[in-house]
Ligand binder design. Structure first.
Ligand code: AMP
Length: 189
């Protein structure tokens, strides 16, 4: 069973690459950002709560996010493995994830971190904002906040898994296919 955490700052290409990896390795792709957007689109209580954080570029509280992720994983007992995109984003989420996996007698195979510089991230997010319909991709101040939040709260997750010898940095600059090949090589290594 292969369980991958696809890691990296907003705009690093996690969603695009996770979709391709899920198809190639027959994994269930879970994007917590997509799950929140689905809830927001349906005006559910969870969506309304999440929106107040997402619109500012802040993280949704762990208590909400962890429960949502676990529910989604529980819907796929048949899974051949998971690819997590946008989760975990805090140390607390990492600890919760380890517990969820341990309870299922499963383990994380690797954390693959897409490395992209800030200038390129901002450029990509503003470009995506022209068509994504995402309020958090349009305003340069919110984009900047999302990148700061990543450095302050999310980057430590890399070290958390590095201590378990699971983290690997992948160059996230290049064509979609080039980056995909790098990720596939890392998974088969
Ligand atoms: P994303 O689509 O991964 O860029 O996520 C969009 C937004 O959803 C983030 O800026 C956060 O506000 C929220 N979000 C997504 N995943 C998480 C998470 N694991 N923890 C907290 N907030 C999250």
């Amino acid at each position: 069973m292969t369980n991958i955490i696809l890691f990296g700052p907003p705009g690093s290409g996690k969603g695009t690459q996770a979709t391709k990896l899920a198809e190639k390795y027959n994994l269930i792709h879970i994007s917590t950002g997509d799950l929140f957007r689905y809830e927001m689109g349906n005006d559910t209580p969870l969506g309304l709560e999440a929106k107040s954080f997402i619109d500012k570029g802040e993280l949704v509280p762990d208590s909400v996010t962890i429960g949502m992720l676990e529910n989604k994983m529980n819907k796929h007992p048949e899974a051949n493995g998971f690819i997590l995109d946008g989760f975990p984003r805090t140390i607390k989420q990492s600890e919760a994830l380890d517990e969820i996996f341990a309870n299922k007698n499963m383990a994380i195979s690797a954390l693959l971190s897409l490395d992209v510089n800030k200038e390129e991230l901002v450029k990509r997010l503003l470009e995506r904002g022209k068509t994504s319909g995402r309020a958090d991709d349009v305003d340069p101040e919110i984009i900047s906040n999302r990148i700061s939040v990543y450095h302050e709260q999310t980057a430590p997750v890399y070290n958390y898994y590095d201590k378990k010898d699971l983290s690997k940095t992948i160059d996230g600059i290049g064509s979609i296919e080039e980056i995909f090949d790098r990720l596939c090589n890392a998974i088969s290594a």
